[in-house]
Design a protein. Sequence first.
Lengths: 297, 222
Amino acid sequence: MSRLGSRLRYYFADAVDEWRHSPGVNVLATATLAAVVFVAGMMLVLFSNLESHLERWADDLRVDVYLADGTDEAARTELERRLEAIPGVARVEFVDKAEALRRFRAWFPDLAKVPDALESNPLPESLEVYLAPGAPGREAPGRIAETLAGAPGVEDVRYDRDLLDRLQALLTVARVGGGFVGLLVAAAVVFVVASVLRLAVYARRDEIEIMELVGATPGFIRGPFLVAGALQGFAGSVFALGLVEAARRGTLHYAGSRGAVLVTLFAQSALSIHADVLLVAAGTVVGLVGSFLAVRR
Amino acid sequence: MIRMYHVSKRYPGGNDALSDVNLEIERGDFVFLTGPSGAGKTTLLRLLLRQELPTDGQILVNGRNVGALPWSKIPGLRRTIGVVFQDFKLIRRKTALENVSYVLNVAGVPPKERKRRAYEALRGVGLHHRLGTLPAALSGGEQQRVAIARAVVNDPELLLADEPTGNLDPDLAVEIMRVFREINARGTTIVVATHDRDMIRRMQRRTVVLEHGRVVDPGVSP
């Protein structure tokens, strides 16, 4: 075995041995790291779910073109043709007055009898313009607006993209702000963990003095502390991710049974394996840096 | 092996712990440092081990100017010196074997070799049957013998012992001195700080007498 391998093995063995002999400080440091990774993990669950829903909604968006009463078939066909020629338009479907009424009754059963009180069907005919996914679809609404400007037979054009764009902008701000706050929190946590680990160093000051007296280099003395910090970060992160998943499932179960749709929306999907790996790596690094700060003197 | 030229040590706000000490100890010598409490015995050993810096003067240990050593070279100096303390200074969570092999680990000795040499060192002090015992479960004499095994396991050029028998009964003290004599016979220079006059008389070795931080009798080798 190489000298480096032998050293690393000793560092690991000593860190584990120290954990066995002084579990209190080690558990405290691990719990501190776990608490932070738990909060970060919950935030990631929330953001990733919200983001994936917004993306899905964006792909499902369509432009509704309401036709003026009395628009004849030739004019409508011409509109359909022009719309289908626009890049980013996937397809155009015509909804006649009867279909519009049927949908109205299906979506609003409580109001199903209201149209009967009227002499005629008040709902307009419309063209549903479905957009292609991705960039072409996102650019298509502008072109549709240009194409339909002043076109005969067009009563109104509805497009809910603005709302979605605003939500996505909000999400971007939240993500950037969250990242910034996360960095600040991580820095604070490093110092908290360093303070906790300094307790461990203080508890072992006699031992450290002995090590110095028998000729151990500072690096050799610090090694087990650094490994212990990294192990605490790793163990704390793995534990926290378990808690995050348990909390997510618990929330889904609890909210689902009470019909809290919005809550289930935020907790629908678990963290990706990439996010899990990232969080465990981040927790391990925070533990390592915290212990480095604790033993650097 | 050891040269001290006009060495003084003054602690802030205190008296001189050592004052203008000149001392030479040859390679392979066995020397006692004696004197009343506060005479400066422990301070002198701490200076040799570079736990302290002298206020004045020069100290050479095996040709190295100890006071001028950079921090990075201090561990290297200490790896050539074995130390035995009155309070043993064993690592409590490590077994007797682990305490002894720690020194070899620090020196980069491979694990198998570490184990073999640590076992031999403990056998040399008659503790090969207590390898896996933690210090707390050992008697004072046994702990001191573990400390001695740790001090000699890396074949140091110099062994410093500060009141090594201070906590032991007379029979054990004689036993410890027998171990020191054997180590000295193998070529290791030994400096023992003690105020045990009976033991000094029995051992018949060079004795340096300190009083109030000054060498009042440099002694002569027999």
